[in-house]
Design a protein around this ligand. Structure first.
Ligand SMILES: [Zn+2]
Length: 236
């Protein structure tokens, strides 16, 4: 956010003042600050989601087109207009711009181990959607997630991990309990998907900003799981 265009600074003041006029200002300040895949900006949540799906298909096929990250560098100094927000795990194998074959400036990424949305994450998403014009939020779980795995282990052992890790476990606990109650065969797989679904639902219902944008059809929130082995993103 430190590289915002001046208009975005004004917009942010508007946001903190409780107004939503910054939606318009943020869009007006937008530039073509995207990478090599930059075409016409998506005009709906559906188009934004399709752009991510197309990018993932290119990534899986090893046909990425966003390979020169210096393209658009000067334009990006003037502002940003990401079209999608990705809530992803901190896992080093999950790199949203690569997975979706997008360039710098395309994605607004919120990362935390276990890809859940806390207050800070929610505030970031509100900024991304209301000020920067993000049209789709993808909560992206992934296979072999250590955070989900540690939460399952903690519940089964009835023991909390050391340090600050209990805050992660507490955030992921609802998803694990949910799938335990259904008798899922593969707890890790089921809890990973459930956690993404629960957090996408939470984003869509987050009053007043995100919920309002969903009701107006300007924003959608979807859950997905990235398969580290195949590179494929499955939307749930
Ligand atoms: Zn993870």
């Amino acid at each position: 956010m430190c590289q915002d265009h001046p208009e975005h600074t004004i917009s942010r003041r508007g946001l903190f003042a409780g107004g939503l006029a910054m939606t318009v200002a943020g869009a007006a300040a937008a530039t073509q600050a995207t990478g090599q895949s930059a075409g016409p900006a998506p005009t709906s949540p559906e188009e934004a989601l399709q752009r991510l799906m197309d990018g993932n298909a290119r990534y899986v096929a090893n046909e990425a087109i966003n390979t020169d990250h210096s393209v658009g560098r000067n334009a990006r100094a003037e502002g940003q207009q990401p079209f999608a927000a990705i809530v992803s795990c901190a896992d080093s194998r999950v790199a949203p711009e690569l997975i979706f074959d997008q360039g710098p400036g395309d994605l607004f990424v919120v990362r935390v181990a276990g890809n859940f949305i806390n207050e800070d994450g929610l505030a970031s998403l509100e900024f991304g959607a209301a000020v920067l014009g993000v049209q789709v939020i993808v909560v992206l779980g992934h296979t072999s997630c250590g955070a989900v795995s540690a939460t399952i282990q903690s519940i089964q052992d009835k023991e909390l991990p050391p340090g600050h890790l209990p805050s992660l476990v507490n955030a992921l606990r609802p998803a694990v309990y949910d799938v335990m109650a259904t008798g899922a065969d593969n707890l890790l797989e089921a809890a990973t998907a459930k956690n993404a679904v629960l957090n996408a639902e939470m984003a869509s219902k987050a009053e007043p900003i995100l919920a309002g944008m969903h009701e107006e059809g300007k924003l959608s929130s979807v859950a997905a799981v990235y398969d580290i082995a195949t590179g494929k993103v499955e939307f749930l």
